[in-house]
Design a protein around this ligand. Sequence first.
Ligand SMILES: Cc1cc2nc3c(=O)[nH]c(=O)nc-3n(C[C@H](O)[C@H](O)[C@H](O)COP(=O)(O)O)c2cc1C
Length: 365
Amino acid sequence: MSFKPLKIGKYTIKHPIVQGGMGLGISWDGLAGNVSLEGGLGVISSVGTGYYEDNRYSAKDINTRPLNSENFYSAKGLKAVIDNARKISGDNPLAVNILYASNDYERIARDACAAGIDIIITGAGLPTNMPEFTENYPDVALVPIVSSAKALKIICKRWTKRYNRLPDAIVVEGPKSGGHQGFTYEQCFQDEYQLENLIKPIKEEMKNWGDFPLIAAGGIWDHDDIVKMIELGADGVQMGTRFIGTHECDAHDSFKEVILASTEDTIKLLKSPVGYPARGIRTNLIELVEKREGPAVKCISNCVAPCHRGVEAKAVGYCIADRLSDAFLGKKESGLFFTGANGYKLNEIISVKELINKLINGENS
Ligand SMILES: Cc1cc2nc3c(=O)[nH]c(=O)nc-3n(C[C@H](O)[C@H](O)[C@H](O)COP(=O)(O)O)c2cc1C
């Protein structure tokens, strides 16, 4: 099957493949810039840009962690990532992923627009007021991530009523994805919430609103999986984990090693202070956390609203900002390593160009 380009707002993506935003520091300029260069849509993660090496401005505390949300989601760091990604991608469209649960969501969305981003993708919450923050940038395409027809209905209803606007595309994410899930732990295992069963009811709901593309995500691994999603009615796919297996992926080599060494049995749904289950690798850290022997929770960076300034982190036993940043820094003992359910399938590191070629033309091409 040959794939059609994906239209998101005024932008045309040559191949209907979106590289999912991955925090912390997994999809920055290197990965996103190269995916866009090769004709997919590169998505920059806005999480923890205070850790970006080109960002020398954010205030850090004695542990060298960005202090409070204004430094954790550093405007200068985000601009540096976007500028450097653009140097790679040229004029091809480029997106940013912003978690709705982020403290400072509004400010980060405005920062991304000011830095010249083309598309904003938002999940981890229902972004009912997303258009408000991009009002001065009408060309910026808005893409919410949804996991149910109900969520889509709420967004379309509010957006049409308040802003006379519809999403420019939606990402439908099923429970095999990496990181945070839009489901309860139990739902993640039930048939009706699997990606292949979410697409039809969501497409039905879309008919009530208008014509915008549906991008399927969660557990998509190869060319055949993409064909399957398109046959089910998707216009494109979003893939995260497989892109970790590229030279250009911004993750630390140790991060890639942890994913390469993972097995089906070590990939689990973990509790998270964000309030949703999160898929990652059950490392030594998780065992320590369960025994209440993990690193101290200090809430230096004040990252996500649902954590209530460390209250949930203390209840769950770890700080998500500190653990994800340790994974970014390559600290295997104290880092938290997110992956999708298929992470154990990763067995090589190749270039973004080779990967896109395999996805478009089949594994043996
Ligand atoms: C390491 C990692 C970090 C992620 N971080 C984010 C994030 O910050 N925001 C987000 O919306 N999704 C995040 N995701 C989800 C991906 O963007 C993507 O939608 C998902 O992983 C797709 O499933 P797949 O990994 O099976 O392809 C993350 C996934 C991984 C593996």
